[in-house]
Design a protein around this ligand. Sequence first.
Ligand code: PLP
Length: 685
Amino acid sequence: MGSGAKIKSKAVFITGTDTDVGKTVVTFVVGALLQKRGCDVGVMKPVQCSGEDAAFLRKNLNVTDSLQDINPYYAEEPLSPHLAFQRQHIHFKKEKIFAAYRRLQERHDFLIVEGAGGVLVPITPKYLMIDLIKDLDLDVVIVARLGLGTINHTLLTINQIKGYGLNVRGVIFNETEQISKGVAEQTNPQAVKKIGQVPVLGVVPYLKEISQKEIEKKCVGIAISQILNEKERSGNPSSALKRWDKDYLWHPFTQMQDWLQEDPIVIERGEGNYLIDSDGKKYLDGISSLWVNVHGHNHPQINQAIKNQVDKISHSTLLGLSNVPAIQLAKKLVEITPSGLDKVFYSDNGSTAVEIAIKMAYQYWQNAGQIKKTDIVHLANSYHGDTLGSVSVGGIELFHQVYRKLIFKTIQLDFPDCYRAPKGKVYPDYAFECLERFEQILKTKHHSIACLVLEPIVQGAAGMIIWPDGVLKGMAQLCRQYDVLLIADEVATGFGRTGKMFACEHEKVIPDIMCLAKGITGGYLPLAATMVSQRIFDGFVFDYKDQKTFFHGHTYTGNPLACAAALANINIFKNDRTLEKLQSKIKHLSQQLPMFYNLNFVGDVRQKGFMVGIELVKDKVTKEPFPWQEKMGVRVCQAARAQGVMLRPLGNVIVLMPSLSISVKEIDQLIGVTYQAIKQVTEDD
Ligand SMILES: *Cc1c(COP(=O)(O)O)cnc(C)c1O
């Protein structure tokens, strides 16, 4: 049988400690409770000797599968299967069971497989019930009687199952007849739980009539979520999750009218560079889960770091207290960022990291008595986050125009698109003209300008606009010359994305303030850092009564779990030589990318390290864009998803931004699928 958690998590095997413990009743109870939760349940009784169990379950759970699939092997006599089959000349073949099992699994969210007798019942002299469980790769739920003698039987069964390397999801006790409960009945479940080291999933009380209604009334205490194994999977069948998503969630940056009409993908697990959804489908994560994942999903070292920290403390405040991981991470961040960034101020997302930077830059001059330096310069097409302060320094009309009245005034510096040159100009010459424009502004207004905020080298959300070499350096020099603070928003570019740890390193630029978020925890937990120079820090160190304190702080500032994850993330860079290994992968990527120009509707392909933008245009010569209403980018990404690659576009720009841990083979998959998706959507229309 196939291996893998998909099968494991979508079915369970119900066995008894003995014959006649009421397995079929319990199977029905479990099935009915699952159905009540909106789960599409299938049942199977692979082997049955006499009786009506399979037919009973089929009828009462209202399943329409054929009785041959539900019960592939049936013998007339109430004997052990090996004997009953022999006497009736039935030739047993396990493959017949596997095939029926697969068919049923395909059709249902969750499958309950009921055994016959206990786990050591021979189906043939050489093939026991437990061999079948192992072949089906299923976890086991044990049904036990409630009364005297059950501890021994149950523990034997547990030991046997565990000895085979299988997992016991839990024990359900069944009150097979109406008895008055003595000490044994009341304490047996606890004894089994303690000695057997397994969960007790509940007690099914004696049911006078075996009906859906009676079950709903009397069996609500059964731990259905553990039977579904909610620890391993998110617990609910895929169809129910999709329905609840639409019932209860409002998604970010999403027109919900469109969303409600689509079939949502629900991610359940991650493995390395892949995402796995609630239907078990695997996707290569082509955008590192919105630019955050660094070393892959489910990374053992980051997992372990968080687990270790959970066992100590998960949160304590940085207001008036400190904590261990926050201190250790601050030291580490100062070590790995360009020298000159000396202090760390934490928050929990990129937008706040930028707001903090802006407030600091502003207050720095206020504290210094230069109270006229209040203006903030930012670039056209910039993106610094979605809170009002960060929107104020944003330059993407589509996102920001609605809030114009709410946001503060800024100076926007025209900044060139690297693809669409102004009339009569050539790239990269015209890109440097923005330095002249900036100097023009500075010459007349530097007395009133507090800071310049920019995304160094790559303007991410604008569509991966990449600067020619030297522009960043020029900006930094002008800031220095006119005593304007430079804020580098490395929320997207930080942690290796551009091929160096930080984009500023490409031009040896040391900003006064640097904003970090997205990749800082390896894509695990929300955390951000605003790094500042000693000069900025000192600008806030006064007597308390001077009222120059930086009055800012979020409740979860310096969260120990997030800091522990970030420390592990940074350590992996060193231990795995991540940046060193990255260089050949960047080169490989840059060798593959030019082939996109073969496509009829690709106008520009831009790359800096692992940040790639492929711009779709309606006309390659005039560079006329596709109308945004056509949603070309979205459609290409949908086509890529169908081929197992997860992408998210920026308008007409297809973004590739994989985790740094992606392999060369996976890069080829990413490129190949993206290429075909663009071709299919733009050329086959
Ligand atoms: C994503 C991003 C932000 C905002 O970060 P959030 O964590 O989403 O608030 C800010 N700046 C840049 C450059 C970004 O790419």
